[in-house]
Design a protein around this ligand. Sequence first.
Ligand SMILES: Nc1ncnc2c1ncn2[C@@H]1O[C@H](COP(=O)(O)OP(=O)(O)OP(=O)(O)O)[C@@H](O)[C@H]1O
Length: 299
Amino acid sequence: MKVIEVKDLRKRYRDHLAVDDVSFTVDEGEIFGVLGPNGAGKTTTVECVAGLRVPDSGTVSVLGGLTGTALKEQLGIQLQSSTLPEKIKVREALDLYASFYRTPADWGELLERVGLSAKRDTPYGKLSGGQQQRLSIALALIGRPRVAILDELTTGLDPQARRDTWELIEQVRDSGVTILLVTHFMEEAERLCDRLALFDAGRVVAVDSPSGLIARVDGRQIIRFRLTGPLDDTVLRDLPEVATVSRSGEQVTVTGTGNLLLAIATGLSGAGVTPIDLRVERTTLDDAFLGLTGKKISS
Ligand SMILES: Nc1ncnc2c1ncn2[C@@H]1O[C@H](COP(=O)(O)OP(=O)(O)OP(=O)(O)O)[C@@H](O)[C@H]1O
């Protein structure tokens, strides 16, 4: 079942077209990533999905076309811009958010789930960044939503807090909630998302699984090694599998296609040279983004 359907969405801020003909669908039970550099139109898009912004044109349908209160009851939102007052205690925030719903979740259980039970009397301002993010997930889930929108959830967190948050998001998905996850972290998208839309300058460049996106640019391989003795680069350049050879000190980087590793190993062996630290570099979503847009995503 399609939980979210976005078709030909456009949103302009004065003279700036922030979202330009964006279309994608999200299946029930998946973590769907909205990935792209700063200013690519991700937040504007999910705000339109959440009904917080009115698109200039195009359509958004959530859970078969819910609107108004019915939509709010099924949708949990954690937005980049939302912060709580410093002095509000964890349990007060949960009570407040629970009061917005007719049948809210048991927040004691939710606190347990996000690992904040011991912090129920702590003011928001005294929580660590990771704890604040975990609380924001609990607040997004308090209405027992079928769909949760999480925007830049792990920005500013240290690596451990980020990994903990990833585990929590996976648990939320495993409990049956469909998640629309906005991020500009490639590693996060690769780890968490079942499928994702790559955004660049207001447009969707591609929609696919992380491995599907990587496969689109995976024709080129990168192999790196070190040499301790002399080698004439034409030994490598003349191999039909090799596209480029570059050097930095002892380090040699070769790109190419086909059975590149075997070709290099055979070529070097024929020249009587033994490579050190030979490694094949895995293609990542970063490479996919670069291959599809010609730009590097900065994080
Ligand atoms: N309220 C607004 N008024 C005018 N311009 C806006 C407004 N909100 C966003 N923009 C502009 O629209 C573009 C898209 O912004 P948006 O926040 O949707 O992108 P994003 O991909 O979520 O970026 P980020 O990761 O930095 O939040 C940006 O150029 C931004 O400066």
